[in-house]
Design a binder for this molecule. Structure first.
Ligand code: NAD
Length: 389
């Protein structure tokens, strides 16, 4: 079949096998060209390994630091007439390239929140790595079933307390408009903490400890977004911010049990990923940020952020903020960037969007997540979607 993008709202329901593999290779090249990333942590578990920041973390640790990895992600496999999820193609492309480089790369596909997948992952660690020195927690999901009670929780991306009115962008039509988002109920706020808070991170660490697969001096990282005043009403001060705040609690709890280096929350920059494109207001902020940071010569995508995290921020004793977080969102949050973001934000309209923001790049970055629009790929080729690139 000829595989073309089919965008439905903020998701693309098709993925291109060769394009996804090219996207993985492009990220590997970025790391390899910059040279080795010194690290003693050679056995790595990446939760949420197939796309976005998790995939970038697996690539930097493998191709920068020579690590062996076990990855976990939730995927849809291909059928004769239906493409797989982008993450499925990414996983196959990553495994092939990591194994060709002499590294172990084993992927467990299923619900990381479940006890069954935790057990399967522990078996994969025992069989392939023995123990793990580093755990990267990069899951982003709208739902989670509590393994103890069987109750399914849903996250809601809403403000707390009072309604929020904000500018927003329809990335399909390019229309800038105002939206009013109603505040979350208590139940929605609690649900979001259950899904995106620190509980599952703690359950993973407890399960790994109980199985004896945590190496002495292990480190675990969990990714967060803090952002600026422009997104605070909907994000940081909303339900998602409350859930992310719970990561700081979980990190402190893990550190008190396993030591100072056992858990750090890492604040990352806003980038275009499947998860971020589903958050109201964030795509508008993202299109502006792409243009502003590119104009200042400090633009970074997913792989650049994670490369800088491991290559610079985690070398030696990591510098931490007052809440013990590692900050890689430092460039995004400089006063120069945020002053310019605010100036443009308030004057932004549908008419001047093309001058002030970069919707074209945003759309291109979004399609690349699904393997479309990458140089050197023949998109007119008739492919069997069951064959990864
Ligand atoms: P993403 O959508 O690209 O990746 C999510 C990963 O989680 C995928 O590998 C997916 O398969 C996996 N996953 C989801 N549900 C799962 C389940 N039940 N079981 C197993 N795997 C599952 O998302 P992302 O944007 O890379 O987000 C990763 C983390 O980074 C999140 O904590 C997010 O809040 C944080 N973060 C993102 C941004 C951003 O702008 N994208 C900024 C800062 C921090």
């Amino acid at each position: 079949m000829i595989i073309e993008p089919k965008v439905r709202g903020f998701i693309c329901v098709t993925a291109h096998p060769i394009g996804c593999a090219t996207n993985v290779q492009r990220q590997i090249d970025h790391v390899v060209v910059k040279g080795p990333v010194p690290s003693k942590r050679k056995r790595v578990l990446v939760l949420g390994c197939s796309t976005g920041y998790g995939l970038a973390s697996r690539i930097v640790t493998t191709f920068g630091s020579g690590a062996d990895t076990v990855g976990v992600s939730y995927e849809k496999g291909p059928e004769e007439t239906r493409t797989a999820s982008a993450g499925w193609y990414n996983n196959r492309a990553f495994e092939k390239r990591a194994q060709a480089a002499g590294r172990i790369a084993v992927t467990v596909e299923g619900d990381a929140f479940s006890d069954a997948i935790k057990a399967e992952t522990i078996e994969a660690i025992k069989a392939n790595l023995g123990q793990v020195d580093l755990i990267v927690y990069s899951l982003a999901s709208p739902v989670r079933t509590d393994p103890k009670t069987g109750v399914m929780y849903r996250s809601a991306i809403k403000p707390m307390g009072t309604p929020v009115t904000s500018k927003t962008l329809n990335t399909g039509t390019g229309e800038v408009s105002e939206i009013e988002v109603q505040p979350a109920t208590d139940e929605e706020a609690e649900g979001t903490v259950k899904v995106m808070g620190g509980e599952d991170w703690e359950l993973w660490i407890a399960a790994l400890a109980e199985a004896g697969v945590l190496a002495d001096g292990f480190q675990s990282l969990n990714y967060t977004y803090l952002g600026s005043e422009l997104t605070w009403p909907i994000y940081h001060k909303g339900t998602l911010g409350r859930a992310k705040g719970d990561l700081d609690r979980a990190a402190a709890a893990i550190r008190s049990q396993f030591g100072e280096h056992a858990a750090h929350v890492v604040a990352l920059k806003a980038v275009v990923t499947q998860a971020s494109s589903a958050i109201p207001v964030v795509p508008l902020y993202g299109t502006l940020l792409l243009k502003v940071m590119d104009e200042m010569g400090i633009g970074e995508g997913t792989i650049e952020q994670i490369d800088r995290l491991f290559r610079v921020k985690l070398q030696g004793e990591p510098a931490l903020d007052e809440d013990s977080r590692v900050r890689v969102d430092d460039w995004e949050l400089t006063k120069t960037v945020q002053d310019e973001m605010a100036r443009r934000w308030w004057m932004l309209t549908t008419e001047n969007l093309g001058d002030l923001a970069d919707l074209g790049k945003y759309r291109a970055e979004f399609l690349k997540l699904f393997g479309f629009g990458l140089g050197g790929v023949d998109y007119s080729a008739d492919l069997d979607p069951r064959i990864p690139g």
